[in-house]
Design a protein around this ligand. Structure first.
Ligand SMILES: Cc1ncc(COP(=O)(O)O)c(C=O)c1O
Length: 483
């Protein structure tokens, strides 16, 4: 059943809240400047008039209709929807962290500054970089910032010819977008038959117009680039820099660092790897970590530890400046810091190795009924192709994804990476128990069987949601957001 809007439930005179009596002298507002006529409201606002119980039930029902990691498995490939520990939530709610303002005198915010400083130290050691910035508020924002550092670096060298960023064909859409926003040209590098960077194609594209190569490793097929050291040295030998998209760091934490692989700049998604909430456009955090080469260009202010405590440093002359309001999404950083402290280095390594184990377990248990184009051995995620099912029964990856919703699962990522036809990208994460993995595998197999026997049923899914199959293309092309 569709949940009515609050305005649809409105009844004249109902109230959910009564303001306390005014404790200011009557007429106090007459001393305030009045709003200009042009922006003043001409008639009373049409606001819902509802009781407290109406409001509580409305939001409780809406919350029940939302799928989150707390309510069920969320195998959304490339997004690392792992469990967000309640300890981090508990600490992020403490007054000491929430009732504080970034413009306060630094002597009164030393605790928060120490969180940011220590987090930067930990992230530097996890990535093998020397320092970084916590300002970016999402992965894509981190990409924008990291590429801006590369641009500033070459500008400083007087090397203005380097105007191109190389990106593998399997890359996430934000990679080329961030390069373009930074004023770079984008050139695509092909994948070979193993789903890895095609070295011959890369070599043919390396020249003195290339500023950098953006790569995520393991890549978006869930495959570790075996020739990563050859790739990074080819790129460096041509004078360009290596950018690591850290969206897939959950596969390698504590095992190998992007620094050891030869990367110069890394963005991380704290809202993926470091167990902080994301989804639905909520606040994220995309720190950027760099080696010594790029350190002078980091956004300011930097945080440093001096004899008189933590201080902001504003005077780096080569800095690209600020990329965010204040210092970024502090409470997301805090949650990630709590997670890192709680896990310790052994715990982080165990998280990654379990994430890889879980993905391999699922891939091998599904490999007899699904085509896994680049082999069933994977890192933390794997990509299946339902092309055969589409050809034989007309059932698409989207149909299977919708049927999963009826069974209580968030669908895997669909149609990405684009080089796999009818792709579903599955990332179970380390959070899930073997029982949950088995249940998902059984459900998935049952859906594929249903697709063979009764394709029309799958075409109608989902059946259990407040609204059925939406025309997603039309919703994007002709959005109608009015009530
Ligand atoms: C490989 C990859 N890179 C970058 C991003 C962008 O991250 P964000 O959504 O935080 O902007 C994503 C997001 O899913 C991703 O999967």
């Amino acid at each position: 059943m569709r949940e009515p809007l609050l305005i649809e439930k409105s009844k004249e005179g109902r109230k959910a809240f009564c303001f306390p009596p005014l404790d200011l002298p009557r007429g106090f507002d007459q001393a305030l400047p009045s709003l200009p006529e042009s922006i003043s409201r001409q008639k009373k606002a049409r606001l819902p008039q509802v009781s407290e119980l109406d409001v509580v039930r409305h939001f409780t029902r809406l919350a029940r209709d939302v799928h989150g990691v707390d309510s069920g498995m969320y195998p959304l490939g490339s997004c690392t929807m792992k469990y967000n520990p309640k300890l981090s939530e508990h600490i992020a709610k403490m007054d000491a962290f929430t009732k504080i303002h970034p413009l306060q005198e630094v002597s009164t915010t030393q605790g928060c500054l120490s969180v940011m400083y220590n987090l930067l130290e930990d992230l530097a050691s996890i990535t093998g970089m020397s320092w970084g910035t916590l300002q970016p508020c999402a992965g894509a924002h981190g990409e924008y910032t990291g590429l801006k550092l590369i641009r500033s670096y070459f500008e400083k060298q007087g090397d203005t010819k380097r105007d191109t960023i190389l990106i593998p064909v399997s890359a996430h859409g934000t990679n080329p977008a961030s390069a373009m926003v930074n004023g770079f040209k984008v050139m695509t590098v092909a994948s070979d038959e193993k789903g890895q960077v095609d070295i011959a194609d890369l070599t043919s594209k390396l020249n003195d117009s290339v500023a950098g190569f953006m790569l995520t490793n393991p890549n978006t097929l869930g495959i570790f680039e075996e020739k990563i050291l050859e790739i990074t040295s080819l790129v460096h030998n041509c004078g360009a820099l290596m950018y690591y998209d850290g969206a897939n760091l959950n596969a390698i934490m504590g095992v190998v660092t992007p620094g050891e692989m030869g990367f110069d700049v890394v963005h991380l998604n704290l809202h993926k790897t470091f167990a902080t909430p994301h989804g639905g456009g909520g606040p994220g955090s995309g720190p950027v970590m760099v080696n010594d080469l790029l350190r002078p260009y980091l956004p300011k202010p930097d945080i440093q530890l001096t004899d008189s405590g933590y201080v902001y440093v504003w005077d780096e002359e080569d800095s690209i400046g600020k990329v965010s309001m204040f210092w970024g999404n502090f409470l997301v950083m805090l949650r990630a810091y709590v997670y890192i402290l709680r896990m310790g280095s052994e715990g982080l390594r165990a998280a990654s190795t379990h994430a890889v184990l879980n993905a391999n377990y699922m891939a091998s248990k599904l490999s007899d009924v699904c085509d896994i184009p680049y082999g069933k051995r994977c890192m933390h995620e794997f990509v299946i192709s339902l092309e055969k099912l589409k050809k034989e029964k007309g059932i698409t990856a989207q149909d299977v994804a919708k049927a999963l919703i009826d069974e209580g699962y968030h669908p895997p990522t669909m149609y990405f990476p684009s080089l796999v036809p009818e792709a579903l990208m599955i990332e179970p994460t380390e959070s899930e128990s073997v029982e949950t993995l088995d249940e998902f595998i059984e459900t998935f197999r049952a859906i594929l069987k249903k697709a063979e026997e009764d394709p029309a049923y799958l075409k109608g899914a989902p059946y259990t949601t407040p609204v059925g199959r939406l025309d997603e293309v039309r919703a994007v092309k002709e959005p109608d957001l009015r009530y």
